[in-house]
Design a protein around this ligand. Structure first.
Ligand code: NAD
Length: 524
């Protein structure tokens, strides 16, 4: 077992994970291997979304602290780059074992600050663990190419080299998985890193960083800064940061992509979504209903790959009554309750926004088939940000509830008569993160997968309601869900993001008496 937490002194991690503390400590910065209290005067309070208890306070990192973090990452880079890939992988091998060992402990931290159910939080950790496991296979992924005798006595090799200092800015909805998409891959590839965790739920991310240190990540290789807009802008502007990984909302991600790119950095930016699940009437009705309820309302709808939009084709329109019946039976409660299916949404502001979108749907002529406003929860969660499963039918593409990402346990339903109409509808939407078709017809599934302009597609019967690929494949996201110039996360393209190709040409003549002629023309 690892040592007690250093980023939250005097508060044992285990105690913190069970219940909120009366007076929350400020989250610490990690700079050059030292967990430090920030000198910040401004802090962002983190509340348990199920109870409103204060659980952490996130400092707005000062400019001096930020500079120190970047300087530490820059100073650590040469030695880390020179460390063999095999030795960097050995750190990841230890790290994956530590994450596995601490999975439930980290999941409890997630429940306290993010709100999702414990079993779902364990899944959050597990999907991040997969990314670390993939990093353990890094050695062959960093092989370059080579060619012998491209000209007389001239050979060429290419190397996949690390970039230098990279940074990651993460969202609240997967406080374990998304940081783990970023820093393990960056540092295994030989970069050093600055992580800025979500200011809404930083503690699980911090615990993961602490475990990375315990696994052997050297000081300065992985650093942590906190804050929101100012810290993010510092990341976008700092000349010593070479690349930025961002996952989060559209407005923030577009700003970061634009500002970071204007400063000459590589930026990968995964954004918001509106994912459609297309229901063909030949699919297995009960499986589809289960898939839609799980995908739409699990994690209180706060997954970027949730099927938040159902498109019924023909007779499958009737199945929505079954979806509503099952969704109404889900238990809405605090995430630590063993019977909880749906936890709270992240904040009061988020709850109010979700309510206002439901109201807009009513005003714009849709039907609220299942209404989760004023949902009943156990008395001890009376102050929590709970919205019950909500289903809005008779939705048309011009309605606010269709155009905007809701990011809550609210599913909108549109109905069409043919598969072609369904494809046109999905392709007409600005987002392109994920989609799924539920059908027993291989031909319909193939047509859908081929023609849909969304880059992560689930097909089949029972089908794939959350089509997130495993970490050896790149997580893509298309159209407005991805502003990156094609720079994907994970898989071989993710490694490509964190490396640059260097070609080294060598010319050796065994006859060293031989003199090359002077040529002023281009070598041909
Ligand atoms: P968010 O954009 O509010 O925050 C993400 C990060 O950006 C945070 O670290 C925050 O500090 C920073 N940030 C926020 N506003 C900023 C601003 N104006 N300027 C600079 N930085 C800013 O996102 P969130 O609410 O934490 O996360 C939910 C969003 O993330 C949803 O839209 C969801 O779809 C999206 N998401 C996308 C994916 C994907 O892979 N496409 C995955 C998970 C989440």
């Amino acid at each position: 077992a690892s040592t007690a937490s250093r980023y939250l002194p005097q508060v044992a991690t285990a105690a913190l994970s069970v219940s909120a503390q009366a007076s929350a400590q400020a989250s610490k910065l990690l700079i050059d291997g030292e967990w430090k209290e920030s000198a910040a005067t401004e802090h962002i309070d983190v509340f348990n979304p199920a109870t409103q208890e204060l659980v952490a306070r996130v400092p707005e990192t000062t400019n001096d602290e930020f500079e120190a973090a970047v300087a530490a990452a820059k100073a650590a880079f040469p030695a880390w780059k020179a460390t063999s890939v095999a030795n960097r992988v050995r750190v990841m091998l230890k790290y994956q074992a530590l994450i596995r060992e601490h999975q439930t402990e980290i999941a409890k931290l997630i429940v306290d600050e993010q709100g999702k159910t414990l079993v779902d939080a364990e899944g959050d950790v597990f999907r991040g663990l997969e990314a670390v496991e993939y990093c353990c296979t890094m050695v062959p992924h960093l092989f370059g190419e080579s060619s012998q005798s491209v000209a007389t006595n001239l050979d060429v090799v290419s190397w996949q080299e690390p970039l230098g200092v990279c940074a990651g800015i993460t969202p609240f909805n997967f406080p374990a998985m998304i940081p783990l998409w970023m820093f393990p891959m960056a540092i295994t590839a030989g970069n050093t890193f600055i992580l800025k965790p979500s200011e809404k739920d930083p503690t699980a991310s911090l615990r993961l960083v602490e475990l990375a240190e315990e696994a052997g990540v050297p000081k300065g290789v992985l650093n942590v800064v906190h804050g929101s807009v100012d810290t993010v802008n510092n990341i976008c502007d700092h000349p010593d940061i070479r690349a930025i990984s961002f996952v989060g909302s559209g407005p923030a991600g577009k700003h970061i992509f634009t500002r970071g790119s204007a400063n000459g950095k590589r930026v990968q930016s995964n954004l918001d979504a509106k994912n459609h699940g297309v229901i063909m009437p030949d699919a297995n009705r009960e499986s589809v209903v289960n898939a839609l309820v799980g995908s739409g309302f699990g994690a209180a709808g706060q997954r970027c790959m949730a099927l938040s939009t159902i498109v019924t084709v023909g007779e499958s329109a009737e199945w929505i009554n079954d979806v509503a019946e099952k969704a109404a039976k889900l238990t809405v409660s605090g995430g630590m309750e063993p019977d909880a299916d749906v936890g709270p949404v992240i904040s009061k502001q988020s709850l109010e926004r979700i309510h206002s979108i439901i109201e807009s749907a009513e005003k714009e002529g849709a039907t609220i088939l299942l209404d989760g406003r004023n949902v009943d929860v156990p008395a001890k969660y009376a102050e929590g940000n709970f919205v019950g499963p909500t289903i809005i039918t008779n939705v048309t593409p011009d309605m606010t509830c269709y155009k905007e990402e809701i990011f809550g346990p609210v599913v909108v339903v549109l109905s069409v008569d043919t598969l072609d109409e369904a494809i046109d509808l999905v392709n007409g939407n600005e987002f392109g993160n994920g989609t799924a078709i539920f059908t027993a017809s291989g031909a319909a599934a193939r047509k859908y997968a081929s023609e849909v302009e969304v880059t992560q597609v689930g097909i089949g019967n029972p089908g794939v309601p959350i089509p997130v690929p495993p970490a050896a494949f790149s997580f893509s996201g298309g159209k407005a869900s991805h502003w990156s110039g094609g720079r994907l996360f994970l898989g071989k393209e993710g490694i490509g993001f964190f490396t640059q190709t260097k070609t080294v040409m060598s010319s050796w003549n065994y006859d060293h008496e031989a003199v090359e002629e002077l040529r002023t023309s281009m070598p041909v």
